[in-house]
Design a protein around this ligand. Structure first.
Ligand code: XMP
Length: 395
């Protein structure tokens, strides 16, 4: 199997769309293409480019049951409304029992990888697809290969890629569910491989897509499994979905009211907030969570801070943190609750580094009160750790 990636250096939206169309027509004209959509901006841009290039495409959304809800709307409903020709494949009954109970982060990622590749392979076979298009973007590639995108060729075989990865193993950050998988197709085709998130948003603007999609917050491939620290259960998944929606929607509303849009570009050129979510854990202060030291993921305990809210002091302390993976500022608690809720809001250009969004304490307190209305909520924390030394997610 080959991988075709559009490799570009400087990218202006109009020029990019033209070049991407040429690239798609060069590799996919008269071919049948499978395209998996996730509800996120990268795969949406990939699908829009395929449509624009008039490539015969089968768009598919796989609902495994761990997708988020935003403002009460399930991801599958949202994406189906946006792309009515989308095929929604429901694997919830099959997939969820497989992931329940699994607590290891890399094992969770592997389960997702296996589920995606099984479904994708099945449809590819049924439909006789020649190619598979995906929305892999620049940071995904560079974190998996450990090299710059410009060190790759437009067309590479899996063998060539494995060799390259082995040579640069020190640059590996984490496994991706959509990299290094063999499908029964001639090739994969990755038109947005050279783009950062911000550049993908610019492409969506160029396509006149709704603001809701343009500013949709990045969401990890392993979905809410990446935001439940420890084992996923039927019970904690429902709770996670509710508190996640509460936090993401409330902060989006705050930005919408203040700036007229749910994400801004701040003075440092970051998308603010790039991601905002709630993660949950039982007894998080005794759980090892991920950190990032010298570009490598490490697993350490988080440190709790209480007392007066002082954003600058906390950030400074968290930036120089040693021996712990993060600093969690305690906002409130209910000793009778079961799950700790971690509010995470970060600003970033491309998710490789991130700063902590300076949310007003009044908003954080309001969110805490809302979270404490759920009887399952135990302690509420705001994570004040930039990346590095923390990662964005907890697993
Ligand atoms: P971290 O936690 O590594 O996250 O700072 C960086 C960006 O990647 C997303 N993320 C993932 N995306 N598969 C994905 O497709 C994964 O396993 C995964 N883990 C983290 C995360 O949401 C952030 O945008």
């Amino acid at each position: 199997m080959l991988n075709h990636r559009l490799i570009l250096d400087i990218i202006k939206p109009e020029k990019f769309v033209k070049t991407a169309i040429q690239f798609l027509q060069k590799h996919a004209k008269d071919k049948k293409v499978f395209c998996a959509l996730s509800g996120g901006i990268d795969s949406s841009a990939t699908y829009l480019l395929l449509k624009k290039a008039k490539i015969n495409t089968i768009p598919v959304f796989i609902d495994h049951g761990l997708m988020r809800i935003i403002k009460g709307v399930e991801e599958r409903e949202y994406i189906k409304k946006l792309f009515p020709d989308l095929r929604v494949i429901d694997i919830r009954n099959d997939f969820l029992p497989k992931i329940y109970g699994e607590s290891d982060a890399e094992e969770k990622r592997k389960l997702f990888k296996a589920a995606y590749s099984d479904i994708i392979s099945k449809i590819i076979q049924e439909e006789n697809c020649d190619l598979l298009a995906d929305g892999t973007i620049l940071p995904d590639i560079e974190e998996s290969f450990g090299v710059k995108i410009t060190d790759l060729k437009e067309t590479m075989s899996l063998e060539e890629e494995k060799e390259l990865m082995e040579k640069h193993i020190e640059g590996f950050v984490k496994s991706q569910h959509n990299v290094e998988i063999e499908y029964d197709v001639m090739a994969t085709i990755q038109p947005v491989a050279s783009l950062t998130k911000h550049q993908v948003r610019e492409i969506l603007k160029n396509f006149n897509m709704p603001q809701e999609l343009i500013y949709r917050k990045a969401f990890p491939g392993p979905a809410l499994a990446a935001r439940i620290v420890g084992p996923v259960t039927e019970e904690n998944l429902i709770f996670e979905k509710n508190v996640h929606d509460l936090i993401e929607s409330s902060v989006e509303n705050y930005y919408q009211e203040k700036y007229g849009k749910t994400m801004i570009i701040n003075n440092d050129g970051e998308q603010e907030p790039f991601q905002v979510f709630a993660a949950i854990s039982e007894d998080v202060l005794n759980r090892r969570v991920t950190g990032l030291v010298d570009g490598k993921r490490i697993y350490e305990l988080p440190l709790c801070e209480k007392g007066d809210w002082d954003y600058k002091r906390l950030i400074e302390k968290a930036s120089g943190l040693e021996g712990y993976a993060r600093i969690l500022y305690e906002l409130g608690s209910n000793p009778k609750g079961k799950y700790d809720v971690l509010i995470r809001s970060i600003n970033s250009k491309d998710a490789r580094t991130a700063t902590v969004t300076e949310l007003p304490i009044e908003l954080l307190k309001e969110l805490t009160q809302k979270l404490l209305k759920f009887t399952q909520t135990k302690n509420v924390y705001f994570d004040v750790t930039p990346k590095p030394p923390a990662t964005i997610e907890y697993v």
